[in-house]
Every structure is written in C-alpha cells, then in structure tokens.
Design a protein around this ligand. Structure first.
Ligand code: SF4
Ligand code: SF4
Length: 382
C-alpha cells in the first residue's frame, strides 16, 4: 500500500469511505448496513494496509458500525475520521460525546466541520463557540487533527482557511471537477495555505468508474488491464498536496481493484495524463448532470422526490437514449409530482438546475408509452 507521510507518520494514500457501505437487501440511504458484508470489506482494508477510515455523524449507522468492527484491531494501527454537521444537530458538545460512544473510542484522529457550502455554513461553525469547543477538545487530546470539509466556492473557502491553523481539509476533487467545479482553484488555495488535502468524490460518486462507451474505449486501448476508476485515482496521485484519497467502497470487487491500484500502481505518466484528457473531453461533451448522490437536495423537497435517482435516469437517458427514461416509472413520487419550488437547487453543491430537469423529464414522460403517457390505460372510473 502506498503511504504518505503526515506529520511524521505514514498514512495510506487510499482511505476507506464509509458512506456507501453495503445495506441489507441493497436498500438506499438510511437502510440498515449489512454487517457481515461491510465487515468483510473493513477486514480486507485492514489486512491490505488501508489505515484511514472516514465516516460522519450523519452517515446512517456508519459510526455505530465502525465502533463495532474496528475495536478488534490495535487502536494505533488506524486513523478514524469523523465529522460534525451543524445543520443536523446544533448541540456540538452532545454530538461529540455521542460520536465517541458510537465509535467506541476515546479520541478521534481527524475531526471535521462537515460540509461548508456558503457563508451561513461558515458562521454555523465559527459564530457560536463551536470551533473554540473543538480546539479545546484537541488540546485535551480527544481530537488529534482538526479540519473541515467543503463544497464552497473559493471566497467562502478562503474565509474558512483564514479562521484557524487547520491541520487538513477535505474537498471534492477529481479530473472532471478540476475545471468544471473549480476544484483546481480550491486545491491551490489550500496548498498555498499549507493545508494538506483529503480528497472526497475521487470518482464522483462512482460516475468516473465508467465514462461513456467511446471514452472508455480510449482508456481501455491505452491500458487494457486498468479499470476505468483506477485512472481517476492515478490522476489524483500526481498531486503532491493530496494526502488521502477517499473511496466509498461498497463491495469486495471495488476494494480489491482499489487496493491493487494503490499497491502496484502509481501516478499517471504525462503521456497517460494526455490520454485521459482526451477521453475526458469526449465524455464531458456527453454528460449533462454532474450529480454526486450527496442527497443535500432531498430533505427539504416537499414532494419527497428521490432526486439523485431521477438524475441518474436523466444522465442515462442523455448517454443511452430516450428509452432509458422508463427507469423513471419505478420512481414514485417522480418528476411529474415536482411543484417547481426550487428548494432542491438552492442546496445543490453542484449547482444543478433540478426544477428545470424535472420539467424536461415530466414533458418527456408525457410523450412515452406507459403511466401518464398517451398510450397509458385510462384511469379507473370514480
Ligand atoms: S423543485 Fe421539485 S424536486 Fe425540487 S424541491 Fe421542489 S418539488 Fe422537490
Ligand atoms: S442533485 Fe445536487 S444535491 Fe442532489 S444529490 Fe445530486 S449533487 Fe447532491
């Protein structure tokens, strides 16, 4: 396993993200974690040199799960990272104590203020004693390294950077977002401030595990034995200030592939980086919605629409053709139920115009045979 020095200690460059652990019956967000399957992944991670485990207070069941599965290993053999989200519970003191209990530990190695997106987010951590409290915990040794995670634009990020001598920061970084979401600017701002970067969404929630048929062909022709996802990791390994690359691994196939990339692989050569850029240009021209599946848009939707699932179908439709829209029939409530309130778009870190897409899909659905379409059976008589 490739490691990188952090303040005199080696940490694996691949980190285990625990937001997308396997669930019972393959259920979505909030479904119970399939303990045995998830524990198999963690055991494989530990046996193969992964030493960084990332979770959060708001990842359903994840802290509890890690608190059960990790204690059989020597506490000094791995780093635990978890996060406090002000929006989920304003009582940061109670949350921190609960997290230590859930994780079955008396200290957190890497502690983060979770998900800065805008000025209000900055204030929710800096303006009410929260940061001061966590600094105090650090002084007591209950937090070893203090940082934050951010989806914020650069001026907001700069405010956060200036607020404290942070030990690290976590941002969304991958070759697609390097220019699309100005991840380059964010990475450079953190690097200039001397703050090591932990990468989240290196594969954009799995989106870069397969690009488009044409782009995949270009990459496969260059290296038939590399997975498409491994190009994203190898590209990130080129960046010197990247400390850990998190991957939310949901099955054994993913972790085996990732461990192999970070054991036998290394950074992309300049020649391979040019090939990736070419494939990326092809892909960029084809995709329309850069949804990462973070679900920040879902909580306040008055119609409780499973927005990321809808967008998944939308992307598929854009890539594979209009017949993919049939996937929408399984999503209820769906685009036809959208009232266009816009609440979702105001929470979306990717700046996706969700109401417009819902409208486009609702219009498209009306043209299709099936429920709601012109070829649908007539509604039952009252
Ligand atoms: S615009 Fe539509 S999808 Fe978005 S929050 Fe409102 S009802 Fe939900
Ligand atoms: S639409 Fe935006 S907020 Fe919603 S899941 Fe996708 S990226 Fe996240």
């Amino acid at each position: 396993m490739i490691c990188k020095d952090f303040k005199g200690e080696p940490i694996s460059r691949l980190g285990m993200g625990n937001m997308r652990l396997p669930t019972v019956g393959g259920g979505g967000h909030g479904a119970a974690i399939d303990f045995d399957k998830a524990a198999e992944i963690i055991d494989y991670a530990m046996k193969n040199g992964i030493t960084y485990f990332d979770t959060a207070y708001v990842y359903a069941g994840s802290e509890d799960f890690l608190g059960k599965v990790l204690p059989k290993y020597d506490r000094s053999s791995f780093k635990l990272a978890t996060k406090y989200m002000a929006g989920a519970n304003p009582d940061y003191k109670a949350v921190f104590e609960e997290q230590l209990k859930r994780l079955n530990t008396d200290y957190i190695d890497f502690y983060l203020m979770h998900g800065i997106m805008n000025e209000d987010g900055v204030q929710s951590y800096l303006g009410r004693g929260c940061l001061e409290y966590f600094i105090e915990q650090k002084e007591k040794g209950r937090i070893k390294q203090l940082g934050f995670s951010s989806h914020a634009p650069i001026p907001v990020l700069e405010k956060m950077i200036g607020a404290y001598k942070w030990d690290f920061a976590q941002i969304q970084l991958n070759y697609l977002d390097w220019t699309m979401q100005d991840a380059k600017g964010q990475y450079e701002a953190l690097t200039k401030a001397g703050i090591p970067v932990i990468v989240m969404e290196p594969c954009r929630g799995g989106r870069l595990a397969s690009l488009s048929p044409k782009a995949d062909e270009v990459l496969k022709a260059a290296h038939p034995d590399w997975s498409i996802a491994s190009w994203a990791f190898r590209w990130l390994m080129r960046l010197d200030n990247v400390q850990v690359i998190l991957s939310g691994m949901s099955n054994m196939e993913q972790i085996i592939d990732n461990v192999s990339t970070f054991t036998d692989g290394g950074p992309l050569s300049d020649e391979d980086a040019a090939i990736l850029e070419k494939a990326c240009d092809m892909f960029r021209g084809e995709i329309n919605v850069p949804c990462t599946g973070c679900r920040y848009c879902c909580d306040d939707c008055p119609m409780q629409i499973e927005i990321p699932k809808v967008l998944e179908v939308y992307n598929k439709m854009k890539l594979d053709g209009p017949m993919s829209i049939f996937g929408l029939f399984a999503i209820n409530p769906g685009p036809k139920d959208c009232v266009g309130c816009g609440s979702c778009a105001s929470h979306c870190p990717q700046g996706i115009n969700i109401p417009e897409i819902m409208q486009e899909l609702a219009d498209q659905l009306k043209k299709m045979p099936g429920p709601g379409g012109p070829f649908a059976p007539p509604p039952p008589k009252p």
